[in-house]
Design a protein around this ligand. Structure first.
Ligand SMILES: [Zn+2]
Ligand SMILES: [Zn+2]
Length: 257
């Protein structure tokens, strides 16, 4: 099959998003996951059963990478973070990347359900507002997409989430805080070490003065091995940021090692 024509993608992606948004406006509110009608819907648009089915990531967990523990009684750094502290100060995810949460993120990213951005940002805000306040961030920065992938997809999912969080947390958003200067091969089938090598030098900071001595809250959709967030954090710190913390909607709990 011929690869999709980029110009065609660039034109049709926004139209598909508009079509989905209009359909949602025309129909009574339904749960984003099971599609049941919700008589008294909140802004997240999930029915009670689907909302409670999302696996929250909570304490006890690693204080550095946010990995949840089973059997521990309190938060502390995990073995991997003790062995090599990641460049960020702290990272937290709202949910485990499975079940309904995985379905929502995949529909948002790959099936043009663009309007899910609001629900996903609200879900992060619901779970991680206390964490975000403790980070004392000056700025929100989204993990960037390379221009080629942005053209294919039509939007950067991390930027859309960061826009929602910027409103919610009253934090300035620096849309171009990071740039993905090199396109990388898909990370999906790579090990943690291969991911790190694949990403080396992939990001740059276009305006170092805008981030100098600032505490940054980095936003992405999924924490898989943490290699993307680590490379972005390293890049921001090298360019002069004071510290980086990370928030994601979800965390893969059994990443490929
Ligand atoms: Zn439901
Ligand atoms: Zn850890």
């Amino acid at each position: 099959m011929r690869p999709p024509d980029r110009l065609h993608q660039a034109i049709t992606a926004p139209l598909r998003h508009l079509g989905n948004a209009l359909l949602d406006l025309a129909l009574p509110p339904r749960c984003h996951l099971c599609r049941c009608f919700i008589p008294q819907t909140g802004p997240i648009h999930l029915c009670q059963a689907c909302r409670t089915s999302l696996a929250e990531v909570s304490s006890p967990c690693c204080t550095v990478c946010g990995r949840p523990f089973t059997g521990a009684v309190s938060d502390h750094p995990c073995g991997a973070c003790l062995q090599q502290h990641p460049p960020w100060e702290q990272a937290r995810a709202a949910f485990s990347y499975e079940g309904g949460c995985q379905e929502l993120i995949q529909a948002f990213k790959y099936r043009n359900r663009f309007h899910l951005r609001r629900s996903l940002a609200l879900l992060i805000a619901e779970q991680l507002s206390r964490f975000a306040a403790a980070c004392q961030a000056d700025l929100l920065i989204p993990v960037p997409l390379h221009h080629d992938r942005l053209t294919m997809r039509g939007f950067n999912q991390a930027l859309l989430l960061a826009e929602g969080l910027s409103d919610r947390w009253q934090l300035p958003l620096l849309r171009q805080g990071l740039r993905r200067s090199r396109n990388t091969v898909s990370q999906t089938r790579l090990s943690a070490a291969e991911r790190a090598a694949n990403l080396r030098g992939a990001f740059s900071v276009p305006d170092p003065a805008a981030i100098r001595a600032k505490r940054i809250l980095l936003v992405d959709d999924v924490f898989t091995t943490g290699s993307t967030l680590a490379e972005c954090s390293r890049c921001l710190l090298t360019a002069g940021a004071a510290a980086v913390c990370c928030v994601t909607v979800a965390r893969a709990l059994d990443p490929i090692q």
